[in-house]
Design a protein around this ligand. Structure first.
Ligand code: NAI
Ligand code: MG
Length: 361
């Protein structure tokens, strides 16, 4: 029996409500496919931990988490107790950096039963993946201020692109595109305006493309690309982008597919030298936390991405299929949560999905 050790970090707010639903669905899937998933829950990376210990993480967090095959994460942030820059930089962003999770992966798929804010779009019309560079690029801390407080006040921040850093994320994106039926990759650029780093990015894209002759490649400047996300989302299959452009695209993409509550993401270390982290796109949602009405689908979908990463594509597809089946029943038949125009609770929707995992062929 294949066995995996998973570190579970619910975090704050609705993270603590949707993670149990995600674990139910994962357990049901593991049973179906004869996998053994050992879950170990940790209470750090949360406001409660911060209040008790004055830090977001214990000193030995790195060795602790390193012993796991993956991290299943809820959401962190409780601004009335810990300022957001402290909670985020003190936990999640440290995981991403220390574990070199250089790919941020965000599938954008219009699910059955979910209304897109874009008119006239049906399930199947939108189904693409954003691959964002997660460690360098525009989000560097190279720069500074001089002549502060004077007329000559000067502020400078550099973009850092390394050949290693650019090539590895491009390789991941090309390989992903090569495995998908459409075999189509779009690169986000802005080489007409950003005249040094973006032409370099384009150059590395062209060099990598030679190794993937079966992948159809196109490039768009970021301004035209965001417009096309809205006007023609069916164009896209895999989209690769630098850190800043990827950040923007990976919020816009899921926004085109309806509610924030269903969007999943993965922070991946493709070499598997370090654990990868799977988390919904949404945060801790203090406005609805404690009411039991948070949509667990984003968290459950992350579980499917985690199974895929752990080498179980059939189990991953089965779980995602169960999510689709339940969503497709609509708010009349399925206990969909209020963001999906239903009156169901987190637990009810989670149970319905776990049940569907067990019964579906
Ligand atoms: P948020 O994603 O928590 O909430 C935004 C809006 O979407 C709220 O109205 C919320 O009720 C709704 N929403 C979010 N998830 C939902 C779900 N599963 N079902 C139904 N409705 C849902 O973003 P916000 O309010 O800006 O941030 C709250 C806290 O979360 C902050 O401390 C922030 O720093 C943190 N945060 C953490 C993230 C992470 O852990 N990766 C990501 C985003 C925010
Ligand atoms: Mg963002």
């Amino acid at each position: 029996m294949t066995s995996h050790r998973i570190a579970v970090i619910p975090g704050d707010g609705i993270g603590k409500e949707v993670v149990p639903a995600g674990l139910d669905a994962l357990r049901a899937t593991a049973d179906r496919f004869g996998l053994r998933l050992e879950f170990q829950r940790f209470d750090f990376a949360s406001a409660d931990y911060w209040q008790a210990h004055g830090t977001m993480l214990p000193a030995d967090w790195e060795e602790t988490l390193r012993a796991y095959d993956a991290i299943y994460f809820g959401a962190v942030g409780w601004p009335s107790v810990v300022p957001d820059h402290v909670s985020l930089w003190g936990s999640l962003l440290r995981f991403r950096r220390v574990f070199d999770q250089y790919v941020n992966l965000r599938p954008c798929r219009l699910m059955p039963g979910v209304r897109s804010p874009l008119a006239g779009r049906a399930p199947g019309d939108i189904d693409f993946v954003v691959v964002r560079e997660n460690t360098e690029g525009e989000y560097s801390s190279v720069g500074g201020r001089v002549f502060e407080g004077t007329e000559r006040e000067t502020v400078l921040q550099e973009t850092v692109m390394t050949r290693v850093g650019v090539d590895r994320v491009l390789r991941f994106a090309f390989e992903l595109a090569d495995r998908r039926p459409k075999r189509h990759l779009t690169s986000a650029t802005k080489s007409n305006g950003i005249s040094i780093t973006m032409p370099y990015w384009d150059e590395r894209v062209a060099a990598m493309a030679e190794r993937f002759p079966g992948v159809r490649l196109d490039r768009f400047h970021i301004d035209a690309l965001v417009a096309r996300f809205v006007l023609q989302p069916d164009w896209f299959d895999v989209v690769v982008a630098s850190n800043l452009f990827g950040d923007i695209l990976s919020d816009l993409g899921p926004a085109c597919t309806g509610t924030l509550g269903i969007a999943p993401s993965a922070n991946i270390n493709p070499e598997r030298e370090h654990p990868s982290l799977f988390e919904p796109v949404h945060g801790s949602a203090p406005d609805i936390a404690g009411k039991g009405i948070a949509n667990p689908v984003g968290q459950i979908w992350c579980g499917s991405m985690m199974l895929e990463h752990l080498g179980h594509p059939e189990a991953a597809a089965h779980l995602l299929g169960a999510v689709e089946d339940v969503l497709a029943r609509g708010p009349g038949e399925a206990p969909l949560t209020p963001d999906l125009h239903g009156t169901g609770t987190t637990a009810e929707l989670g149970h319905a999905i776990a049940e569907r995992v067990r019964e579906r062929q």
